[in-house]
Write a protein that binds this ligand. Structure first.
Ligand code: MLT
Length: 270
């Protein structure tokens, strides 16, 4: 589905009925990364997964995509759909956007799902490497971004033994316009430290990360989990930065259980 939202046309998936669950994808991917989750969760929940600005089939504007801007796009989409309260989930960059959303509109969030993400800001070194990647995207195109990102996104075992999955992720990256890559990299580099927000998160929260995630490793997830009051932390064995794709069954099991508890479906089922 596609809708005009503010200054962009936003593409999004809206499947199923029941308590709404909003899923925000990683960089430089798009909503297709949630396919294994949409399939399962849409049996019990209304699952909404947008392509964030500059990704997938959503318009790529010029300029910096701050996490606040991306969160406000999501807020505007949900307003248009008439959805007031929901469980909000995000993976990696999607998690940065989820935290930015929670900071502004906590009353709308019934539960938070923070996957393979982190609350701290970029180090100067990380900012420099984002600038380099941005320049490579401009000079060499999106293929160079795919080559640079794939080893960061997937566990070594996934990279060597699951060529079909590697190819699927590569194709997703290739759909991202260079303008979107540049806007998102600049926005992530500017994102503020959200560590102060963690002890103030009042809703039930699930922190999930892959055992071999190099971007947001298990120790980062555990520290986040300790700072959030009503939080459960789960490490998905054998997965890298994209456990939802690398270990979909294990990922879906913990997420589904969390969603059922958070939305009261588990209590209804007895
Ligand atoms: C992502 O997966 O969204 C990015 O790797 C996050 C980041 O670069 O910080």
């Amino acid at each position: 589905m596609r809708r005009r939202i503010k200054d962009i046309i936003m593409a999004y998936t809206d499947r199923g009925h029941g308590p709404p669950v909003v899923l925000l994808h990683a960089f430089p991917l798009n909503r297709q990364m949630w396919a294994p989750q949409v399939r399962v969760l849409a049996r019990e929940f209304r699952v909404i997964a947008p392509d964030l600005r500059g990704h997938g089939r959503t318009t790529a504007t010029d300029g910096v995509y701050t996490m606040d801007l991306l969160a406000d796009d999501v807020r505007a989409l949900l307003d248009t759909l008439g959805i007031q309260e929901f469980v909000l989930g995000g993976l990696s960059m999607g998690g940065y956007v989820a935290l930015a959303f929670y900071r502004q509109w906590p009353e709308r969030v019934r539960g938070l799902l923070l996957c393979d993400t982190r609350a701290d800001a970029d180090t100067p070194e990380r900012r420099r490497s984002r600038e380099e990647l941005s320049q490579r995207a401009i000079d060499e195109g999106i293929e160079a971004v795919a080559s640079a990102m794939l080893p960061r996104l997937l566990a070594p075992d996934t990279l060597s033994r699951r060529p079909a999955l590697v190819e699927r992720v590569r194709r997703m990256i290739l759909q991202t316009p260079v303008r979107g890559v540049v806007g998102a990299l600049a926005g992530m580099a500017q994102r503020p430290d959200s560590t102060d927000l963690l002890p103030r998160i009042a809703c039930p929260t699930l922190v999930v990360t892959g055992e071999y995630d190099a971007v947001s490793p298990p120790e980062v997830a555990r520290t986040m989990g300790q700072l959030i009051p009503r939080c459960q932390t789960v490490i998905i064995e054998g997965a890298g930065h994209l456990p939802n794709l690398e270990r979909p069954r294990a990922f879906n099991r913990v997420v589904r259980q969390f969603l059922r508890q958070t939305t009261g479906l588990a209590a209804l089922a007895g």
